[in-house]
Design a protein around this ligand. Structure first.
Ligand code: RAM
Length: 882
């Protein structure tokens, strides 16, 4: 029996209290979390019609937005309104600007207020802003670089003294680089971003960053100093020792626009009046680390009063390339959690090793003091060997080593500038004096995405799994979604990204992050429509078109649409989605995609001694055909949303043919598939490849296979994300839980039991005997298998989006307890506000608390009942027999 939590007496009291409080504060509803294009107060909006979002806050149940009013102006108080709109509907996410044309490099201020369905009106929100970017013709700056060939490994310093004649009212710096840059004004760092300008398909477009630098500047002399690093642009990238993939010259482009208090303006740009010299960074490289010689520091070089000696040479100007300069559309990479050193110890080999307790990505900040010339090396590793020694073989050729050479003065704090490391342990060599715990702090560095999800249960191992998934995400969302963050790879592997995208969207707000990256997916898509293995593509043009990898082009835009209600992403990616499906069609014969190279169900279960034929090998073309269907299906979905009825018709006809061809090629009349593997059945069922009447038996065969392996999974990268979903969908929840909670290899909890703090690339990165899998490909921070997180949020906590009303405008809360869990609790900050679902089971009663944000609705399905409860916003309690 369901019974509403609030008995009528309590309800009256609560309503009374509520009205009382509301009267005291005036307003019953309010708006918060205003964003433009998914970002808070963004600085470089390129879109002519930026989109506004807000959340409505109300404690009154069943609240919806009835209408909204937006006001926009170009002063902080919006005295002069440039655009005002009042619209009677409930849209609060990604509302298009449709006022007069916006000017470039202009700051616009806006606010919103809403009315609800109960007759309440909110106050105007606090004023927020966005700034438009530069148009190509607005750039007056020139690219500048060191004169002659840029052959030195050292990082050049570039400087310019400027004289501001009057009081500054506002100052905006537009900065980008070929390579990486770290800028400063009068000795203080500009902004808190690392690895700017970020990694994009540089041959197509380079992002620039925009900084409000008014506070750093003053009337009179000021100094701009910028340091450049190789980064992805020029440094080593890819596993083949490839260098200078995008170019051989590091360069800076900067434009500083100053407005004085009298209204006059001045623009300061990079040009041949700048000077350059080399500084303390002798070498810096994403994979190998950084070498910093403090003796070469040039005191005061980026500050006022510095006298340039003859080492400072004029820079040279460089021509603009064909690449577009674009504003940032995602979050910047910033510092996050800090970790204290937990333990310093000597390994059996005699190495001095420090344990931070968490496999993370970022670096160690090291304090040291000692004689000039002392060289301290910090090497990084994810794991120790069985014997307890420092293990770096799985890094392949990536050195992951930072070296600091002391200048012999007071204690100094060292950290790298243009390199990051994936590690839990560091090995220290050459430290002068006693190394103490307080000399080292590790800091995690990743794209600045807000945490959106929380998930926990009564099972500590599962909680550790959730922890590992979210750390896998943090470590590999450093501007680009990478496969791994430590070895000589760290590439935007498309298969991994598509597998993990939905889970990622539960844990963190990845809307901006993927918006940015999808532009690179389009940019690097080949003219024939094929999609590279990695994006940005630093491999060859032939490294493209693998099933389950290239399908990122359809999968991730759709996932972002469902998770954030962003129809714009479907609009901007539609062409790319369609080109990908058309590419497959061009490869297919008789509607069968049975050509080309495919990774297949990458890293599926393979026992060492496979005499019995236990390896879970799934035919690659069979897999390809299921992804052909899936991508076509997603294209149809997108076409429906966008009202492209001709395409809907055309691709529906194609989809029917793809499925027919699949069955003819891969299934016996009885419904047995040519590969008798979990992945084969999982993909066939997930993508609706089989006739309805043969689906239940196929699910049964899947269950049989799982049992045959003693309740173990055998899936690789492509089957794993859907395995438990398919089991749940076909009524085998118990088997899904058996797999999830399986502690022995292969399983999700096996690495947890082995002490993992992140998700491993392989099910058995550390084998049961404590030895490692093949060093060539054995990352301990690889999120792909973390894709189970999506099932955990959806099934255990029960928080599901409803595709017809994306972005959690409508929510399905349908927890499906199992696996002896006695409680689970999750929350998700959606674009409408926080959704909560938490349940307990005790004494045969299932108790569920849910919260639905304002302007959203939910359908609640209690386990075992099948009965639907439709609710509006607010907090509710349900109970049922269990
Ligand atoms: C490896 C990585 C990556 C995977 C490719 C196919 O380099 O494991 O995750 O996508 O192979």
């Amino acid at each position: 029996m369901n019974k509403n939590f609030l008995t009528s007496g309590k309800l009256t009291l609560l309503i009374f209290l509520f009205l009382f409080t509301m009267n005291a504060f005036g307003q019953k509803i309010s708006v918060k979390d205003l964003t433009v294009e998914h970002l808070v107060n963004p600085f470089s909006i390129d879109r002519p019609n930026p989109r506004f979002s807000w959340k409505m806050i109300s404690d009154i149940k069943n609240t919806k937005q009835r209408s909204y009013e937006i006001k926009l102006g170009n002063s902080p108080k919006i005295e002069k309104v440039l655009w005002k709109t009042t619209v009677d509907n409930d849209q609060s996410v990604l509302v298009n600007y449709n006022g007069p044309q916006l000017s470039s490099k202009t700051k616009y201020y806006w606010q919103v207020r809403v009315k609800d369905n109960h007759g309440n009106t909110s106050a105007w929100s606090p004023v927020q802003y966005f700034q438009t970017g530069l148009k190509p013709e607005d750039w007056q700056a020139k690219w500048i670089a060191v004169a002659g060939k840029d052959t030195s490994l050292a990082s050049p310093l570039l400087r310019k003294e400027i004289n501001l004649k009057k009081q500054v009212r506002s100052a905006t710096a537009y900065i980008t680089a070929k390579g990486l840059y770290e800028a400063s004004i009068n000795g203080s760092r500009v902004g808190n971003a690392y690895f700017a300008p970020g990694w994009t398909s540089y041959k197509d477009h380079i992002q620039y960053q925009v900084y409000d630098v008014k506070e750093s500047l003053k009337k009179g002399v000021n100094v701009i100093g910028v340091m450049l690093g190789d980064g992805w642009y020029k440094g080593r990238i890819g596993f083949g020792h490839q260098k200078q993939f995008y170019g051989d010259t590091r360069a800076l482009l900067m434009q500083l626009e100053v407005e004085y208090t009298d209204g006059s303006k001045e623009t300061i740009v990079t040009d041949n009046s700048w000077k350059t010299s080399y500084g303390p960074i002798l070498a810096a490289n994403i994979y190998d680390g950084e070498t910093y010689d403090a003796r070469l520091e040039i005191q005061g070089w980026n500050n006022i009063g510095f006298k340039e000696n003859t080492n400072w040479k004029p820079v040279q100007e460089m021509a603009f390339g064909p690449e577009k300069l674009v504003g940032m559309s995602g979050p910047q990479v910033t510092k996050h959690e800090e970790f204290k050193a937990l333990k310093i110890f000597k390994t059996p080999k005699g190495e001095t090793v420090v344990d931070f307790g968490q496999n993370l990505v970022g670096w160690v900040m090291l304090k040291a003091k000692g004689p000039a010339g002392t060289r301290i090396s910090i090497s990084h590793a994810e794991v120790l060997t069985k014997e307890g020694n420092f293990y770096t073989t799985n890094l392949r050729t990536a050195k992951q080593q930072n070296n600091y050479i002391l200048k012999g003065e007071a204690e100094q704090l060292f950290e790298p500038h243009f390199s990051f490391q994936g590690f839990r342990y560091v090995k220290i060599d050459g430290y002068p004096g006693e190394l103490r715990l307080e000399n080292l702090t590790a800091v995690a560095v990743y794209s600045d995405m807000k945490t959106s999800g929380k998930f926990s249960t009564s099972n500590p191992l599962l909680n550790q799994l959730q922890h590992n998934i979210s750390w896998g995400q943090k470590g590999n969302f450093v501007d680009v979604p990478t496969d791994c963050p430590q070895r000589d790879e760290r590439l935007g592997w498309t298969g991994d990204a598509q597998a993990f995208a939905l889970t990622a969207a539960y844990n963190m707000d990845v809307s901006g992050f993927f918006t940015k990256w999808l532009k690179d997916v389009s940019a690097d898509q080949l003219p024939n429509g094929s999609v590279p293995f990695v994006v940005p593509n630093v491999l060859t043009q032939n490294d493209a078109g693998s099933a389950g990898w290239a399908d990122v082009a359809t999968i991730v835009p759709w996932d972002m649409y469902v998770s954030y209600g962003d129809q714009g992403i479907l609009e901007s990616q539609y062409n790319s989605m369609k080109k990908w499906v058309d590419y497959i069609s061009s490869m297919a014969k008789n509607n069968l995609w049975n050509t080309g190279f495919h990774f297949g169900d990458w890293l599926f279960y393979r026992p060492n001694d496979d005499n019995d034929g236990r390896a879970a090998v799934t035919d690659k073309y069979m897999i390809a055909q299921t992804f052909y269907a899936h991508s076509t299906h997603l294209l149809i979905n997108a076409a429906e949303v966008l009202g492209k009825t001709d395409d809907v018709k055309k691709y529906n006809a194609l989809l029917a043919q793809i499925k027919a061809a699949y069955i003819k090629e891969n299934m016996t009349p009885n419904g047995k598939l040519i590969s008798n593997t979990q992945t084969a059945y999982v993909l066939a069922l997930q993508f609706d490849m089989l006739p309805e009447n043969l689906r239940a038996q196929a699910a049964q065969r899947l269950v049989g296979n799982v049992k045959d392996y003693g309740n173990h999974l055998t899936t690789g990268f492509l089957g794993t994300p859907y395995l438990c979903h398919v089991l749940s969908r076909f009524g085998h929840e118990d088997v899904a839980y058996d797999l999830l909670l399986q502690e022995s290899y292969p399983s999700w909890l096996y690495p947890v039991k082995m002490g993992a703090t992140t998700i491993w690339e392989r099910w058995d990165g550390i084998k049961q005997d404590g030895t490692f899998q093949t060093a060539d490909m054995n990352s301990f921070n690889h999120y792909a298998y973390g894709a189970i997180g999506d099932w955990m949020y959806k099934n255990i906590a029960g928080i599901n989006p409803v595709v017809a009303k994306p972005g959690y405008k409508a929510i399905l809360i349908a927890p499906r307890p199992g696996g002896k869990l006695t409680s689970a609790s999750a929350e998700l900050e959606t674009v409408y506000g926080k959704v909560k679902s938490s349940w307990t089971i005790a004494d045969g009663i299932f108790k569920l608390n849910v919260t639905v944000p304002a302007n959203a609705t939910a359908t609640i399905v209690l386990p075992g009942t099948g009965k639907k409860n439709e609710i509006g916003s607010g907090s509710y309690h349900f109970e049922s027999k269990y």
